[in-house]
Design a protein around this ligand. Sequence first.
Ligand code: UGA
Length: 437
Amino acid sequence: MALKLSVIGTGYLGATHAACMASLGFDVVGIDVDESKISQLKLGKVPFFEPELEPLLAEQIASGRLTFTTDFSAIADCDVHFICVGTPQMKDGLAADISYVNASLDAVAKIVKSGALVVGKSTVPVGTAMRLREKLLSINPAADLAWNPEFLREGFAVEDTLHPSRLVVGVMSDSAENILKEVYAANLAEGTPWVRSDLPTAELVKVAANSFLATKISFINAMAEICDASGADVTVLAQAIGYDPRIGNKFLQAGIGFGGGCLPKDIRAFMARAGELGATESLEFLREIDSINNRSRNKVVEMAKRELGGSCEGKRVAVLGAAFKPNSDDIRDSPALYIASQLKVAGADVVVHDPKAIENSKKKYPELSYVDSVDELLAGADLVLHLTEWKQYREIDPVHAKSLAHGAIIIDGRNALDMNAWSSAGWRIHAVGRTSR
Ligand code: UGA
């Protein structure tokens, strides 16, 4: 008999995991405390934008394998429970708020059947899994707990879940590993690397990976600062160093830096945890990574102010992009919206366009203006900022854009536009780490 799975927490991670596991043939119950989220999911509606997820979800609900509930007693017969709830940054510090993980463990511990496995997927401070396992076993000694971090990228969540780069399983017993091998049999059959570890190593793999990615981005943004100071070109530099396979050409896109619900909060939570462990010095460099990242956003704010002649008062600033990255409607810690709101505070009339993230942006930044079309956005603009590199923005015709705008100045905060094409069309174009044209 195929295993029956539950997925606790139905956000980006959980909803995707639930739909993907159902597509592999498992019976899956998604559970969340948020009634409105569950009622939407029951109707096959994904409460956020993630390519490919909605049709997959609808298909799996129709197959009868995927159901949703808010009632924990409905998952009591499951063999495996995946904890996929969020661990946001604390309001009053750098550490992660793991109260949702704790609450999930408490709830599942009450109903878990003997022989079942609880599997943490949320990103947590090292040491959490061991503590949760002890608690679970004190309530049901015949259950077990494993940690199985998730590496999916928003925008590619379905692809990354069905075909992960690797599977990391932190376990304390062979039986726990065997259950996970059954869950991930399809991945094992296609040769996905399988790494068995202890619980703390599995927890650390996740934050170490995100810290490395954040470091790569801040490294190239630091190089962009040096390029600005010396007249060099950071895009050519990135291309050239990227040919060395030890460096690699990914995650070397200089610009306004990283945002989102993961990289910024994960490096901060990692620093906070290192402090608790008496290892502050080991992660001191992440403080610098974070400050380079913050500087990258602020540099574009300053550049925009300069281009507006020092005063933003009454100037129309057109912002292309609000999401923290393309193919997502996620605006958590979005560098684009940070820049937009800073210019609004400075007195500019800031208008924002995004193909998917306008609804979310309106809720968090009601003071900004929003438009549905790029033409409307560009009309009468004194300054244009390209801040999220959606494909459709690369397809804008600079000649047409110039006929709409008031000024012809654009800042490419993502190094994604064709500088020659924009400058030939009569624009003054600035980009991070490159000579303006
Ligand atoms: C990140 C990791 O890439 C995933 O592996 C991880 O599973 C996930 O966090 C998580 O912890 O859940 P994600 O937040 O979806 O995934 O976004 P990324 O693709 O990593 O991009 C993060 C930010 O870095 C974006 O704001 C993006 O614009 C920026 N970025 C990325 C750059 O500024 N330059 C680059 O070269 C690449």
